[in-house]
Structures are given as C-alpha cells and as structure tokens.
Ligand binder design. Sequence first.
Ligand SMILES: *Cc1c(COP(=O)(O)O)cnc(C)c1O
Length: 359
Amino acid sequence: MSRRFNFCAGPAAIPEVVLQQAREEMLDWQGHGLSVMEMSHRSPEMVGIAEQAEADLRELMGISDDYAVLFLQGGASTQFASIPLNLAAADQTADYINTGEWSKKAIKEAKRYVNVNVAASAEASNFSTIPAFDSWQLSDNAAYVHYTPNETIGGVEFFWTPEVKAPLVADMSSTILSRPVDVNQFGLIYAGAQKNIGPAGLTIVIVRRDLLGKAQGITPTMLDYKTAADNDSMYNTPPTLAWYLAGLVFKWLKGQGGLQAMEVINRRKAEKLYGYIDNSGFYRNPVEVASRSLMNVPFVLADDALDKAFLAGADEAGLLNLKGHRSVGGMRASIYNAVPEEAVDALIAYMQDFAQRNG
Ligand SMILES: *Cc1c(COP(=O)(O)O)cnc(C)c1O
C-alpha cells in the first residue's frame, strides 16, 4: 500500500490514523460483532457513537447549550435552501455578502424563498478581496446576514467576524475546525463534512436554539431544523457511518491539541506555501495578502500552456488533485487539517523543481 499526498478540495484527505482505526473496527466494532454501518441507528451502540461525536465537537468548538448541533444530509448545498426557509418569512429580507462562487450559489437559492439584498460584493476585484465592512449596505430589519468565511474555489478567507445586529449565518464548509471561532457570535454555522470533518454524506448545522421553530409553512419536514433538533438528528436514518468517522476525526483533533494547536500548524503550512509562491517568480496567487485562505491555495503558472505538464509531473511525484476548479482553472492546493506538513514540503519541492526545469 502506498498512500500519496492528497490536495483535493473535497472530498478531501482524512487523517491516516482515523482510516486505520476505521479499518480495525470495520468488521467488528469494539467486540459487538458487527460493523458500524450495519447497526440500527436507534441501537445503544450507535446512539453512543453519535452522542460522543457531538460532545467532542461541542468541546472542540466551545459550543454552549444555547445551540443545537444537527447531523444532517444533503450537503451544504441543501442548506442554501434550508437557511432561508427556516430563518425568514417569505416577505422578509436577508442580507448576503458575495465573495465568490459559493456565495453566489447561496444567493441564487435563497432568492427562491426570501427577498435577498446583496449587501456587499467583491465582484469588482474578480473576487480577490473581501469587501471592507464599512462598505456593507445592510438592511434595517434583515432576518439574517449570510456570508462565506472561506471561499473554497477562490481561496479568499475572512480573518474577522462581522458584527451585525441580525443573526449571522456562516457557510464554514471549508474552514470549520481549522482554527478556533467564537460560536456565540453566530446565529447559525453550517458545513458539509467532506472538507475538514470526514467523509461526504454528512452536513453539520450549529444553530442557536431561539431560531428554531419559525420555518416557513412550505418547508419540507426534513428541512425544518426543529425536526432534527427534536429528534436528535434521528427523525429518519442519519448517515451513520459518516457520523462515526466524523467522531473519529474529532477525537484525533482533540489528540492534536484542539483547534488552537491546529491553527498554529495550519498557519505554518499556509505561510510556507504562499511564501514560496510569492518568491518564486514563476507561480502567482491572485488573492490580496490579508485575505488569503489557510485551507485553499489557488495558484497559476507563469505560462498556462505548462499546466498539463505540471499536473502530470505532480501525479508522478505522488501529489494528487492539484487541478484548480473547472470554473477558474490553474491550480489549487487544499491543505486542510488532515494534509500533513510533509505534504506541503513535498509540494514546494516539486514546484521548485518544475520551475527550474521550465522557468
Ligand atoms: C464544498 C462547498 C459547498 C458545497 O458543499 P456540498 O456538501 O457539496 O453541497 C458549499 N460551500 C462551500 C464553502 C464549500 O466549500
């Protein structure tokens, strides 16, 4: 077996020790004689796994009892509809900040259910910046304010939390667990699991309890947060295997020293990579320095005719999934929690070598 370094934006790398533990427990979970994916979701074993995962996530992120933690399906994309349906009446206005591809998708979907005010947009800079807070045109009575703290495709990240009157809603799909956040500043945080949590198929929603129970009448039962909150996310069959694996990742994160320790590692990884790119004279990252993502590092080569050769050589060097998103081209290295520092070192060594041979 030879595992290579995986820079995929999602589904993304999972810590190797987690995969090993999952393998150990695959056929016979802790002496119970069956695998996790064969357990009834209502069995004491699975309920125990589920509760432990939630407790560990609460501890990692410092989530108080004022918040429900929901383990859902449908990906972050389903939340683009669930959020307006749950948090606003059809005639209410919600403010959205447009910082790139994922914001745009959230905006488009929300428009089906509420009035949307795009309070700020980075379109003029081709989404290489974060609009300054004093330029935001927030509504007086917004039902909520939605933003995308880390744009996975553009590689643009907020390093500050907007202070707004309305409940703040954040799509943290590609930044959750990468560093500490003060959950109390948010009305709702959501994330698809397949970037920094675990395998695809699980979506986590952290929602302040006072926001529950106000869903629009047309809201499907399965999309009403109250349904999930009242049933411990087991109104129907939840994604049990993904939930279990997320739990193993939470334990791993605790073993690493929690989110403060992860932030130190993640900053070091990102600084190395951006530092090399900036000094290379061959590669370029388009994002303003203050808003460069710690998790997703897009870059272009001096000559895009070399892209194919770069990717083929990377593959041979054991560096997987460096191709940029189809909408923007170029390259992208996603360096989530589970991507070790050695992977970043190996990537930089390859980039140096490639630039030397082609520069
Ligand atoms: C990946 C991603 C999504 C989409 O997630 P799905 O789970 O595939 O629906 C949405 N927002 C952000 C910021 C993402 O990175």
